[in-house]
Design a protein around this ligand. Structure first.
Ligand SMILES: Cc1cc2nc3c(=O)[nH]c(=O)nc-3n(C[C@H](O)[C@H](O)[C@H](O)COP(=O)(O)OP(=O)(O)OC[C@H]3O[C@@H](n4cnc5c(N)ncnc54)[C@H](O)[C@@H]3O)c2cc1C
Length: 594
């Protein structure tokens, strides 16, 4: 079976020693987020994930969800586990106390999400979607809507969904056909079919709050004509109690590759009562609040699965006896050495470890800036943090889900044939990780967001939020002899990223297809370089602590940092060459010759 112990020590290291997250207590509203409280939350949430969520991960995969006459049931034990999760407050960690939340930083919430996704991604999706819907309503809802819907969502009694996709409209949401007809009483009648709706129907919550994209009768064509509506499963009476069933129902659930314990629903809206959220025709802008939240959350899914794949593979590699070390027997009393002696197995384990710990630092850095953007008293500081979050969001989503999938596959490889059969749980991780690269904007679309929107925004202001601290770090550490192994490779990758950025910006202006052709390689180059920046900073911390290292934690950090710089970061050289080759090798072949 997979093994998992919440990586609380590494989370503490990232939060406290790398990012000094205790400074969050200086922000208004976060005074209570002291290191002691952070420790307690990580410890308690980790325990629940290990003891309640993980034991259901395999059974949930095998049993799956069931559909009967419009009723969808989660696998056995899921409702109870969901209740335990929300009753412990983990679903409402960062929600405003005004609505019953705990008002804790998103940085801490990100760590809890990672643990939940490691142990049971299917279950984690349900409160994750509700949190995204909460943020959307908190930002765009009227006071009346907030008072009516948010407290029950924060409590976890009502769940949220996002209803965008239609059969003919996936990435291209301008094509949606769902209609919203104004009724006489200020409400709307929503009619249409949405597909692939995660948790569109389930039996764990009393009510479901669907956030639905639809078009008003006078809507402009395409993406500019979309509005957003709140459509509940059950109507809610004036006194807050549940009224009759609304005209929304689940037509079927999908049979799919992974996340089998998370229902993926076809949702039929038949003159369902809905309420406009935000201005008419501005639904995409409104939905982006939830989409940005979901993109970061999906990045945590990739990271969480990479972590459990790593832990399981490392554990197995220390036990499995096959072959002898090329340097001479390491366990001469046993019939063979454990496979961890083999360089190739170490390559796989260290790759997983370097991606996972680096990815955690990247996710936490992004979440910390989300908190600064939300709470800092100084507007310039808020703007700066918001810029960095905007820049990093597509990278967190795409790069962390790519490495999630890669690490899950490496995990199977470490187990050999035993990884491929079901018994050990490793093949489930591969199947579960795959979706995160697809939904919430396929990773290719994230790359286009990075080069097409984020790169040029405010004449490169967003990019400078990364380039300036990166450059300052290089200048500060370049002459430090102890840092040479880290700062030199980072500086090289940084230079490649800068050159590639300038090239794409220039070529893209002349020919957008050039930017499109470079996009995915550029996002990977950016992700690898961002991890190098964080690995170099982690190495700087670990070097200072090397003398005070009883457990070997800092020694392992330095070894992993060296591995990252020498064995992974050189990928940036190949990516740079691929970017510079331009669009021609991609576009020359006529479509009919494929
Ligand atoms: C399990 C599951 C759960 C889901 N949950 C939800 C949910 O809760 N709510 C919801 O609304 N949707 C949900 N989705 C839908 C998901 O977000 C879409 O599948 C996704 O957005 C991609 O749309 P598509 O599948 O139609 O692919 P398409 O849009 O057809 O894309 C196919 C491929 O073409 C590429 N492509 C498309 N357009 C472009 C372009 N302009 N430039 C470059 N490449 C392009 C894409 O990157 C992709 O690789 C879910 C899907 C699944 C499978």
């Amino acid at each position: 079976m997979t093994v998992y112990s919440a990586p609380v020590e590494d989370m503490r290291f990232v939060l406290s020693e790398l990012l000094h997250a205790e400074t969050l207590t200086e922000l208004p509203g976060y005074e209570e987020a002291t290191p002691d409280l952070v420790d307690a939350v990580l410890g308690e949430a980790g325990k629940l994930c290990e003891e309640v969520l993980l034991p259901l991960n395999r059974s949930g995969d095998e049993e799956g969800c069931t559909y009967e006459n419009g009723v969808v049931r989660l696998p056995s034990g899921f409702k109870e586990a969901y209740e335990a999760f929300v009753q412990s407050g983990w679903g409402s960690l960062s929600a405003d106390p005004e609505y019953g939340g705990q008002g804790l930083p998103a940085t801490l919430g990100a760590m809890v999400k990672e643990m939940a996704c490691s142990t049971n991604i299917s279950l984690a999706i349900l409160p994750g979607l509700t949190e995204g819907a909460y943020h959307l309503l908190e930002r765009w809802g009227s006071d009346e809507q907030k008072a009516k819907w948010l407290p029950k969502m924060v409590e976890g009694a009502w769940a949220g969904t996002m209803c965008l996709t239609e059969p003919h409209s996936g990435t291209d949401l301008g094509l949606i056909r769902t209609r919203a007809e104004p009724a006489d009483d200020g409400t709307y009648k929503i009619t249409g079919t949405k597909i692939f709706i995660s948790c569109g129907e389930q039996d764990a919550t009393e009510n479901i709050v669907h956030l639905v994209l639809a078009k008003l009768p006078d809507a402009p064509a395409g993406i500019r004509g979309i509005s957003l509506f709140l459509v509940p499963k059950f109507l809610v009476k004036e006194d807050g109690t549940l009224g009759p069933r609304n005209g929304v129902s689940c037509g079927s659930i999908e049979h799919k590759m992974g996340i089998k314990a998370s229902p993926t629903c076809v949702m039929n809206f038949e003159e369902a009562e809905g309420y406009l959220v935000g201005p008419p025709h501005k639904g995409m802008r409104v939905m982006f609040t939830m989409m940005n939240d979901a993109r970061l959350a999906v990045g945590m899914q990739g990271l969480g699965l990479a972590e459990i794949a790593y832990q399981s593979a490392a554990d197995y590699a220390k036990e499995r006896l096959q072959g002898r070390s090329l340097a001479g027997a390491k366990a001469p009393d046993k019939p063979a050495d454990p496979i961890i002696v083999h360089p190739d197995v170490r390559r796989m384990l260290l790759t997983m470890r370097a991606y996972t710990e680096g990815g955690r630092a990247l996710a936490a850095w992004t979440a910390l800036n989300l908190d600064i953007a939300a709470k800092h008293p100084d507007e310039a500081a808020r703007q700066e943090a918001d810029d960095l979050v905007s820049l990093l969001t597509p990278i967190v989503k795409a790069f962390l889900t790519d490495i999630g999938s890669e690490c899950a596959n490496l995990g199977v490889q470490v187990f050999g044939g035993h990884g491929y059969i079901r018994e050990w749980g490793m093949e489930q991780l591969v199947r579960d990780a795959r979706i995160a690269q697809l939904y919430e904007g396929a990773n290719g679309i994230q790359a286009l967001d990075l080069v097409g929107r984020k790169m040029g925004q405010h004449t490169g202001r967003l990019l400078r939020r990364f380039f300036h601290p990166g450059m300052a770090f290089i200048e500060a550490e370049m002459e430090n002899p102890a840092m040479q192994d880290f700062v030199l490779p980072f500086a090289k990758a940084f230079g490649r990223l800068q050159q590639a950025t300038a090239w794409i910006a220039q070529q893209g202006l002349r020919d957008p297809e050039e930017a499109g052709a470079a996009a995915s390689d550029y996002l990977r180059l950016f992700g690898l370089t961002a991890l190098a920046y964080l690995w170099a900073r982690m190495a700087a911390v670990a070097l200072k602590k090397a003398g005070d290292d009883e457990t070997g934690f800092y020694k392992a950090k330095l070894a992993t940092a060296r591995f990252y710089m020498t064995r992974i970061l050189p990928q940036t050289s190949g990516l740079f060459a691929a970017i510079m080759a331009g669009k021609k090798p991609l576009m020359d072949l006529e479509a009919e010759l494929f």
